[in-house]
Design a binder for this molecule. Structure first.
Ligand code: ADP
Length: 242
């Protein structure tokens, strides 16, 4: 579903991604972890071309993401991307936030889009909040709306870039719960997160990054219990000592 082939990226002289080759299979959940500054966010942002790459190629659901011919706005609207910040439109209601792209980009009928939005709100546990405004919701609720909004475009895969990092601790669980249920339903997911319990319980594979490279990949069991590289062992030790 998502394939990185020899991807390199530079910020000026800084080598941010080093020859990354890896794949996320259909229905697979991959958690990308690694120390701060290792390139996790840069990597996931290259998938919907929020970051350009300097070398290599990326395929998303059969499309060459960095091709000059790609219709970028249309492509981006169909990649389910959930950020650390929720980026909901404050002047639109929850329902309006969710139906906006399906109606304007996919040309869905407003009534149909609204029905689907209500169904998605139910799915993220916010059935009663269709008419609320983002400012009236907690951070955890806003992030669940952001997930429903992404799902409304029927994305072939969902990308999460630290979706719980901006939340108060008591709200992290409700967002992870929604992500878990998506994973159970077979959604293809690539997640950058520091939530290692989520990685243990939900990931099919863990990618460990350091200094812009994927140093190690494996099942959660092999990564957490038998890390092969010195750098992964140090990362896990540092986590445990926190
Ligand atoms: P992570 O998500 O693992 O914390 P990032 O992908 O955010 O790492 O960053 C990787 C490295 O690239 C860091 O050293 C960061 O300072 C650098 N970096 C990220 N974005 C930019 C940018 N826009 N310009 C220059 N350097 C950047």
């Amino acid at each position: 579903m998502i394939a990185f082939r020899n991807v390199g990226k530079w910020y000026g002289d800084y080598h941010a991604l080093r020859d990354v080759s890896a794949e996320v299979g259909r229905g697979e959940v991959v958690v990308v972890c690694g120390p701060s500054g290792s390139g996790k966010s840069t990597l996931i942002r290259t998938v919907n071309r929020l970051e350009e790459i300097g070398k290599g190629s990326i395929e998303f659901d059969g499309q060459d993401v960095h091709s000059a011919r790609l219709d970028l706005n249309r492509f981006r609207s169909q990649v389910g991307f959930v950020f650390q910040s929720f980026n909901l439109f404050p002047h639109l209601s929850v329902l309006e936030n969710i139906v906006l792209a399906p109606v304007t980009v996919l040309k869905k009928k407003p009534g149909e889009a609204a029905e689907r939005a209500k169904h998605l709100l139910q799915r993220v546990g916010l059935a009663g909040k269709a008419d609320a405004y983002p400012g009236q919701l907690s951070g955890g609720q806003q992030q669940r709306v952001a997930i429903a909004r992404a799902l409304a475009m029927d994305p072939p895969a969902m990308l999460f870039d630290e979706p719980t990092s901006a939340l108060d601790p008591e709200m992290v669980g409700e967002v992870l719960q929604v992500m878990k249920s998506l994973a159970r339903d077979g959604m293809t997911m690539m997640c950058v997160t520091h939530e290692m319990n989520f990685a243990r319980e939900v990931a099919d594979r863990v990618w460990f990054m350091d200094h812009g490279a994927i140093v190690e990949t494996g099942t959660p069991d092999s990564f957490f219990n038998h890390p092969r590289s010195e750098r992964a062992r140090k990362f896990l030790l540092d986590l445990r000592s926190h």
